[in-house]
Structures are given as structure tokens and as C-alpha cells.
Design a protein around this ligand. Structure first.
Ligand code: DX5
Ligand code: ZN
Length: 225
């Protein structure tokens, strides 16, 4: 892989989800969290088919690419990720996560993403067991554990889903990132870090607050690291 931008596993990273940001001011919203010192930004892509909501596509990603240097942590909640992945890579995505429920051959999709020059991740819905990705988990650069049902920001964290991080961490060891997504706030973040997550997506807990830097500081403090 040429230009790997996802930070190496070992650090705790916060990836603000734009889903709770002001979509009329995405550039300045992202600039605020960049100034607060995060390295990633989480771009939620929804197609109205795999999930009952619609968000952004490659043209928006391409425009955002010109506004900031953050690692674009792109979460594809779409039915046919293979068909659209290259367009997101061309638009400037650095890391692409697809849902295991959306592909026939997850290993092949991961290899395809690596060939496109980006880091690759597979995601599990809350009800999808770890067994579905056991074989491919070590091939990922980051695994995304959904801790809400995907589709909307501001939902309540599901601890039973987060606990899958424990088994995943046993499976992949310390070198693969484990990301959690949904309902993470300064109270729930300690739990997920305790289960082995090292990459924390937060939408409402950051963009729902007026002071985004303070919200990020509160999340970092909650990790205890
Ligand atoms: C949900 C998305 C999440 C969501 C997280 O489908 O994948 O990234 O925006 O938002 P919060 O942190 O508000 O639950
Ligand atoms: Zn997401």
C-alpha cells in the first residue's frame, strides 16, 4: 500500500462523526474538530437501502478533501460497496469500512480496497455475530463494531454489541484497530476502551455540543488514557 494514513494501532483516536454536524457548514464544522487535535473524521455514507437514511456521496467527500488534512474514515452503509468504493477513494477517502452483511466475499473486498491503496475495515451490525468475520478480521486494518443500529445519530449505546470487542481483540491482537460507533459519550467511552476498542466514533457527543474542543477533551478524559 502506498500512502497509509490510518494511525498505527496502539493509540486511542477519536473520530468525530459528521452525522450530527451542520451539513450546511460541513467545512467549518470539520475545521473545528481538526483544530481540536483529532486525526480522523468519520464520514457516514448511507444509501436509503441498507439503512433507512440518506447522507452524502463522493462529490461531497471530494469537496471536503480540499478543506482539511484529516484522515477520512469512510463508513459505507450501502448495499453495494464494491460498486462505489473506487469513487470514494478517488474523492479522497483514506480508510473504507464496509458492512459484512453487504458482500458475498469479505476477504475479496478487503483485498480490493488494499489494491485501491486505502486501508480497509469491516463492520458488524449489533446483531451480527463475531463468527461472521473471524476468518477476515486479521486481514483488516480496523474493524468497526456498531454499538447502535446504523442509520441515525444520537441513539442509545448497546453494551451487548460493544462486548464483541473483547472477542475481537483476542482474535486480532494489538495490531488491528477496533472502532466503536454509536452512542459513545464521556460516560460510555470507558466501557468500550475496557473491552479493547481504540478508535472512538462520536457524533452527537461532539457536534451536539457548542464547544467541540471541550467535548473532545471530555471524551479523551473518559477513556482514562
Ligand atoms: C450511525 C452512524 C454513526 C453515528 C454515530 O449509523 O454510523 O457514525 O453518526 O452518532 P452518535 O455518536 O450520535 O451515536
Ligand atoms: Zn458511522
Amino acid at each position: 500500500m502506498s500512502d497509509v494514513r490510518l494511525p498505527k494501532a496502539g493509540s486511542i483516536e477519536i473520530s468525530p462523526s459528521i452525522l450530527s454536524a451542520d451539513f450546511a457548514s460541513l467545512g467549518s464544522e470539520i475545521a473545528e474538530v481538526e483544530a481540536a487535535g483529532v486525526k480522523l473524521v468519520h464520514l457516514d455514507v448511507m444509501d436509503g437501502h441498507f439503512v433507512p437514511n440518506i447522507t452524502i456521496g463522493p462529490p461531497v467527500v471530494a469537496h471536503l478533501r480540499r478543506c482539511c488534512k484529516l484522515v477520512f474514515d469512510t463508513h459505507l452503509m450501502i448495499t453495494d460497496p464494491r460498486k462505489y468504493a473506487k469513487r470514494f477513494v478517488d474523492a479522497g477517502s483514506d480508510h473504507i469500512t464496509f458492512h459484512v452483511e453487504t458482500v458475498d466475499d469479505a476477504a475479496d473486498m478487503i483485498a480490493y480496497l488494499h489494491d485501491l491503496g486505502v486501508t480497509a475495515g469491516v463492520s458488524l451490525n449489533p446483531e451480527t455475530p463475531v463468527a461472521t468475520i473471524e476468518a477476515v478480521a486479521p486481514l483488516c486494518d480496523m474493524i468497526l463494531v456498531m454499538t447502535v443500529h446504523p442509520g441515525f445519530g444520537g441513539q442509545t449505546y448497546i453494551d451487548a454489541a460493544a462486548r464483541k470487542c473483547i472477542r475481537l481483540r483476542e482474535l486480532v491482537g494489538p495490531d488491528v484497530r477496533i472502532e466503536v460507533d454509536g452512542g459513545i459519550n464521556p460516560d460510555t467511552v470507558a466501557r468500550v476502551v475496557g473491552y479493547g476498542a481504540d478508535t472512538i466514533v462520536a457524533g452527537n457527543a461532539i457536534f451536539g455540543e457548542n464547544d467541540r474542543a471541550a467535548a473532545i477533551t471530555a471524551l479523551r478524559a473518559g477513556t482514562g488514557r
